[in-house]
Design a protein around this ligand. Structure first.
Ligand code: NAD
Length: 350
């Protein structure tokens, strides 16, 4: 396949193929942009069926990271890396350390972190050969689990969505349907409950639902019924693609904001939501607290500063809503445009 002609190629600055047969490492590091800072993005380990699939994924994901970092204004560019292989059977300390040496050869242009198939423990292993690692456990000098900060960002996004449809960011008496009460969802329920919201929750794990019912007085809803719950807000905090042809027509909510990645099944579903007058807070902004936390880890910001930066997600969402209204685009498109403008401005300032 020709990388320069690939649909996912977007003038990426650098694409490095890494290969160390003695440890079974085959991978790719893609740096989309370092205009606004070092390119940060997780290291995905996945048994891609073809090299072309791995290339497409790393190009697409690294570009997405540039947009995410730019819209969150966190002093980072966008990158991503992939290791081709089965994380359960092929991941070894030697392989991870080898990946670290390749990352180190990029002289701080790329910073890695956890992703599908890698964990904070793997980051500790990679860090044996490079300092360009984020998302570390607290005991390893990192900021630890980003879920509470991700939840705080989602909370700010929900409040921005409410401003756009009701004129008020207040949560007292507002009803929120939280899909998935795992790490982020439970932290989010706590924030919403403290602010006076009424909760509906669903999860495929009954113990997690029971916990939300007993701790937050939430109403349990069957997994498939969360979309039609009589709630003001739908907050997807489980898996992607839940905003699709089947679910959007039945949504009762007027605001959608959650932590899950890739919530829109296809870009046109952003238009479907807008046509129904539903304020959709783009997933890569709403769930940006984790990335802001990784940025803070890299720049060694204190915990108060990180929190303040995550709280800015609320303002960022308001800016996106305003731009979408002014330009007649969806919020997702408006967010990407603002991000691209920031990157272009940064390039011109160089
Ligand atoms: P988690 O695994 O702790 O929680 C996910 C929960 O969703 C689990 O309790 C799971 O049982 C539940 N679930 C799975 N399928 C479901 C279904 N069909 N209906 C209802 N519930 C279902 O994960 P998390 O860390 O809380 O992350 C939640 C989502 O947010 C994930 O998609 C993740 O990729 C994304 N995200 C997380 C972070 C973070 O900081 N943890 C940052 C950005 C994005």
């Amino acid at each position: 396949m020709s990388i320069f002609e690939a649909q996912e190629f977007d003038d990426h600055e650098k694409v490095l193929f890494v290969n160390e047969p003695s440890v079974g490492l085959r991978g790719i590091i893609a740096i989309h942009s370092t205009t606004l800072g070092p390119a940060l993005g997780g290291c995905r380990m996945w048994p891609y069926e073809t090299e072309a699939a791995a290339i497409r994924d790393v190009l697409r994901l690294s570009r997405g990271m540039s947009h995410k970092a730019a819209i969150l204004d966190c002093g980072l560019g966008g990158g991503k890396s992939v290791i081709i292989g089965d994380a359960n059977s092929q991941k070894t300390p030697a392989l991870l350390q080898s990946m670290g040496r390749f990352i180190d050869s990029l002289n701080e242009q790329y910073i890695t972190g956890e992703d599908i198939g890698t964990s904070p423990d793997d980051m500790r292993e990679i860090r044996k050969s490079t300092r360009c690692v984020s998302c570390l456990h607290k005991k390893d000098g990192g900021l630890g689990d980003p879920a509470p900060l991700t939840a705080l960002g989602v909370y700010g996004a929900i409040r921005a969505g409410l401003v756009s449809v009701t004129g008020s960011a207040g949560l007292d008496g507002v009803t929120v349907a939280v899909q998935g009460v795992g790490n982020v969802g439970t932290n989010l329920c706590q924030l919403l409950h403290d602010a006076g919201a009424k909760l509906f929750v669903s999860d495929v794990d009954p113990a997690r639902v029971d916990n939300a019912v007993s701790v937050f007085g939430a109403t349990a809803v069957a997994a498939d019924d969360i979309y039609t719950a009589n709630a003001d807000v739908y907050s997807p905090c489980a898996m992607g693609a839940t905003l699709n042809d089947d679910t959007i027509p039945s949504l009762n909510a007027r605001v959608v904001a959650g932590a899950a990645n890739n919530q829109l099944d296809a870009p046109r579903h952003g238009e479907m939501l807008a046509e129904r007058g539903i304020a959709y807070m783009p997933d890569f902004v709403a769930n940006g607290g984790g990335l802001v936390s990784c940025a803070a880890e890299w720049y060694r910001d204190g915990e108060d500063e990180v929190r303040k930066n995550v709280e800015k997600i609320h303002e960022t969402c308001l800016t996106i809503i305003e731009r979408a209204e002014q330009t007649g685009t969806t919020t997702a498109e408006a967010a990407v445009r603002i991000a691209e403008e920031r990157i272009a401005r940064g390039r011109n300032d160089d």
